[in-house]
Design a protein around this ligand. Structure first.
Ligand code: SAH
Length: 251
């Protein structure tokens, strides 16, 4: 064992818990989180657990009690403040469940600030279970060591989204019928951004016209191939992070 072991260990479990967390103020976890810590990760008294609350940042906590139903943790040190999340809003039409689940997970890993599920005329899926969706983004945030959760909005219709679009936030419209090359558009228009991705069947002509009529909208192309909705959502997010988001600053 090294004389000064890295602490907390990289393998320490990470969890989002209700906040605000404060040094020395015990947190009691029950339900699935207690099961995860006790039965899956087999934590014992004195073990380190990393806690985030989406408010104060990241804390290293110690297990004070590990019971059958409850685990008590005491935050000791704040190891990071809540991160500054790039102002990128992913407006993605609902897709069939496994595909939209993937969008939720990957958008979280890629660092989006807000996920806005959309209902459009050609949507096959028309609902999203909010608890399930919240669980997917929370687990993804824990897995990739985010200290901030993405905001997850309830599904809205496309016309409501357009009506409410205000200010100088660009709305990049991923249009498989053609547009400005996405990387060039993102590089040229740094600043608050949203990206619009259609469902399995794409946007219809009336929707396309309504989007293009919005002053902040800019049609972008993601290349010569037609991507599936989930591929388009993930690819466009990665590209925005590289051109205008926090991939520019290195690790
Ligand atoms: N209308 C298409 C499928 C839509 S693909 C069809 O059925 O043939 C789903 C969504 O992904 C599209 O609405 C668009 O927002 C995005 N998309 C897919 N490929 C794209 C590309 N090459 N350029 C821009 N957007 C694309």
């Amino acid at each position: 064992m090294p004389a000064t072991p890295a602490w907390p260990p990289r393998s320490a479990p990470r969890l989002f818990v209700p906040g605000p967390l404060a040094g020395g103020c015990a947190v009691t976890l029950g339900g699935p989180q207690a099961h995860y810590l006790g039965k899956v990760m087999r934590v014992g008294i004195g073990d380190a657990v990393v806690l985030c609350d989406d408010l104060t940042g990241e804390w290293t906590a110690r297990v004070a009690q590990a019971g059958k139903r409850d685990v008590v943790l005491v935050p000791e040190t704040r190891t990071r403040p809540r991160e500054d999340v790039p102002d990128f809003m992913l407006c993605a039409a609902l897709l069939r469940k496994p595909h939209f689940d993937m969008v939720l997970e990957k958008a979280t890993e890629l660092g989006v600030r807000r996920i806005q599920p959309l209902l459009t005329r050609r949507c096959v899926a028309d609902r999203l279970n909010p608890e399930r969706a919240r669980a997917i983004v929370t687990e993804a945030a824990e897995q990739c060591a985010r200290t901030a959760l993405p905001e997850l909005a309830g599904p809205v219709k496309l016309d409501a989204l357009l009506r409410g679009w205000s200010g100088d936030r660009a709305l990049f419209f991923a249009d498989e019928t053609g547009g400005e090359p996405a990387a060039a558009a993102f590089t040229a228009h740094c600043g608050p951004a949203g990206v619009l991705i259609g469902p399995e069947g794409g946007f219809d002509d009336a929707e396309r016209a309504a989007v293009r009529a919005l002053p902040q909208a800019r049609a972008i192309s993601l290349g010569p191939r037609i991507l599936r909705g989930e591929t388009a959502a993930i690819a466009v997010t990665a590209l925005w992070m590289a051109c205008a988001g926090d991939w520019r600053s290195g690790g």
